[in-house]
Design a protein around this ligand. Structure first.
Ligand code: SD4
Length: 324
């Protein structure tokens, strides 16, 4: 028979050996009620994107359809210079797009280094649903899109071209920079309690031609485990890929971490690895668990995300961050 004392002792021992147990026990936010539907997305353009996603969620639609619809808003907006149409080009003047999508059954699709297609998220979904593959890149991804009814368009707007030409004058052709972020990552839970996510970007501005970031990489910028939760990322993709950010966060949540603690732990891993030059990068993570609880954490203090649920009517929240 296990006595109370023995139970406390063995729990304490287990918590020492497995720190996640401690986290699990201290997760007071889970009251057993599930907040659903709910949609979250990165940055201020998450507001109109969430609005679109909410239409689907409110009508009882799938989270998968909601996230696909939602992220198409910044993809098609010429004034958003970091996603889809109007995105800033690579250092050779090409707008190249990275996107991925993941549903509640571990199905996923992705495109990377895709040119000339306004809504790469829809191509990613088609890769998921119509091919035996997960990821198509470059010319192959474009051919696949064209064969499936997508139209080729010039995505380099006059404003983006002007900025790129300005940059060319003084940059020494060297990519990178601290303010170099603004991907949309969107995660949602629908009325049935199922999760999905989408992530789409034109990537780091003035990057090397051919560079692919974290945004189309399942497990890096997006991961969904319908039994646990979903996570997405924004910021310098190289740092996110290095720690398999979104997958790490979902795994931590499956070990009992709250969404906030899981995002924080992932940022701390990046900081531990990076050490030098950490002030020059931004990475932000956003996570949602199966109960509709969510949290965010970033390296720098300018990361914001949009939340839409029945109680939080598409508000913008400031993320917690390592640097205040
Ligand atoms: C990338 N993560 O290509 C993207 C860039 C970005 O917000 O803007 N993220 O690395």
């Amino acid at each position: 028979m296990i006595t109370r004392r023995g139970f406390i002792k063995s729990s304490a021992l287990a918590a020492g050996l497995f720190p996640f147990l401690r986290k699990f026990n201290s997760d007071k936010t889970n009251t057993g009620n599930v907040t659903k539907p709910l949609v979250l997305s990165t940055w201020i353009f998450g507001i109109p994107a969430n609005k679109e996603a909410w239409r689907v969620l409110e009508a009882g639609g799938r989270a998968l359809d909601a996230v696909e619809a939602g992220v198409q808003i910044p993809e098609g907006d010429p004034n958003v210079s970091s996603v889809g149409y109007g995105g800033l080009p690579d250092r050779d003047g090409h707008v190249t797009l990275d996107s991925c999508i993941m549903d509640d059954g571990f199905n996923c699709g992705s495109v990377a280094f895709l040119e000339g297609i306004m809504h790469p998220i829809c191509v990613a979904r088609m890769v998921m649903e119509k091919t035996p593959h997960i990821m198509l890149v470059g010319e192959g991804a474009k051919q696949f899109a064209l064969q499936n009814g997508f139209r080729e368009e010039n995505l380099l707007t006059p404003q983006a071209e002007k900025k790129w030409k300005e940059w060319m004058k003084n940059s020494g052709y060297v990519p990178y920079g601290k303010d170099n972020h603004d991907t949309i990552g969107m995660i949602a839970i629908d009325k049935s309690g199922n999760l999905s996510g989408a992530c789409t970007t034109s990537g780091l501005k003035y990057k090397y031609h051919g560079r692919v970031g974290d945004s189309p990489i399942i497990g890096a910028a997006l991961y969904v485990n319908n039994d646990v939760g979903a996570a997405t990322a924004t910021g310098v993709g190289e740092e996110v890929i290095r720690i398999c950010g979104a997958h790490t966060i979902v795994e931590l949540m499956s070990n009992g971490y709250t969404p906030l603690d899981a995002c924080k732990a992932a940022v701390e891993r990046i900081i531990k690895i990076k050490k030098e030059n950490i002030k020059d990068i931004q990475v932000g993570f956003l996570a949602l668990n199966k109960h509709g609880e969510y949290g965010a954490y970033a390296v720098q203090n300018d990361f914001e995300y949009a939340v839409y649920s029945e109680t939080e009517n598409n508000i913008l929240k400031k993320s917690n961050s390592y640097f205040q």
